[in-house]
Design a protein around this ligand. Structure first.
Ligand code: SAH
Length: 242
């Protein structure tokens, strides 16, 4: 059976995968490894490690969001994966949740070219891929306040991420990001960004991740983010709101 480690992980998370879904993950793995020779997409290339760290961890995010009711099976939630790289965590979540209306935002053209060709191979043409920076795209009326949920893994410290991500959310929408051992400090440091961009932290719970211990930090947008945010490309990282 392909993707045995992932199949077991998914089972444990309460998200059993069909033979067709396992086949999609198998194809995803092979495309990732083939493209990684030309484009730097991931340092994790071992078959089992990809299942644990990339696919399994992404499904752990889905399981945690089902548990808290931010995602509901079969519901057509509008989701933005900000800085998705090779598609994590949004694309594995879309594979297990076919009604997810997923948009992937990624600044690097070589990475979005990989994602476009991958999506065609997987038959997931309904997923939208945007090449661009959050600082610019968040001011486009089509995308500003257009999403129920923003996901981001390994994109920026929380104080920076809040400024990049909250503008994309409808009022009441959620921002979810897995964080490592620095989660508590990052949450403290994000206080001012949350106040300025009109969000709050809802919870920070251990993620049922199959590899490293992680915390899923969940935030909610309370009111429209002032039009000044996000600031121009590069500024949120250079001068975080603290
Ligand atoms: N989320 C993926 C990739 C993490 S690397 C994973 O967990 O595997 C961070 C990615 O975010 C990079 O591909 C980078 O190009 C992208 N990125 C960083 N800042 C960004 C921004 N402001 N707008 C859009 N993409 C950004």
């Amino acid at each position: 059976m392909p993707m045995e480690v992932l199949a077991r992980t998914a089972e444990r998370l309460g998200l059993p995968l069909s033979a067709q879904q396992l086949q999609q993950f198998e194809e995803y793995y092979h495309q990732l490894i083939a493209a990684n020779r030309r484009v730097s997409l991931t340092s994790i290339t071992d078959y089992q490690e990809v299942q644990r760290r990339h696919f399994g961890e992404s499904l752990a995010v889905a399981a945690a969001l089902y548990r808290v009711g931010v995602l509901k099976p079969d519901e057509g939630t509008r989701v933005l994966d900000l800085g998705a790289g090779a598609g994590f965590p949004g694309l594995p979540m879309r594979i297990v949740h076919p009604t997810l209306q997923l948009t992937i935002l990624e600044a690097t053209r070589k990475k979005t070219a990989f994602l476009e060709s991958l999506l065609a191979r997987l038959g997931l043409e309904d997923v939208t891929v945007i090449t661009g920076r959050a600082e610019a795209v968040a001011h486009d009326p089509v995308h500003r306040e257009g999403y129920d949920l923003v996901l981001a893994r390994a994109v920026a410290p929380l104080a920076v991420l809040v400024e990049l991500a909250l503008p994309f959310l409808k009022v009441g929408g959620s921002l979810a990001t897995p964080k490592g051992s620095r989660a508590p400090q990052e949450m403290t440091e994000a206080g001012r960004a949350l106040a300025l961009c009109r969000g709050r932290i809802v919870s920070a719970e251990p993620l049922p991740s199959p590899a490293l211990p992680l915390t899923l930090v969940l935030m909610q947008k309370l009111a429209p983010t002032p039009a000044a945010y996000p600031r121009r490309p590069g500024i949120p990282t250079k001068r975080p709101l603290r």
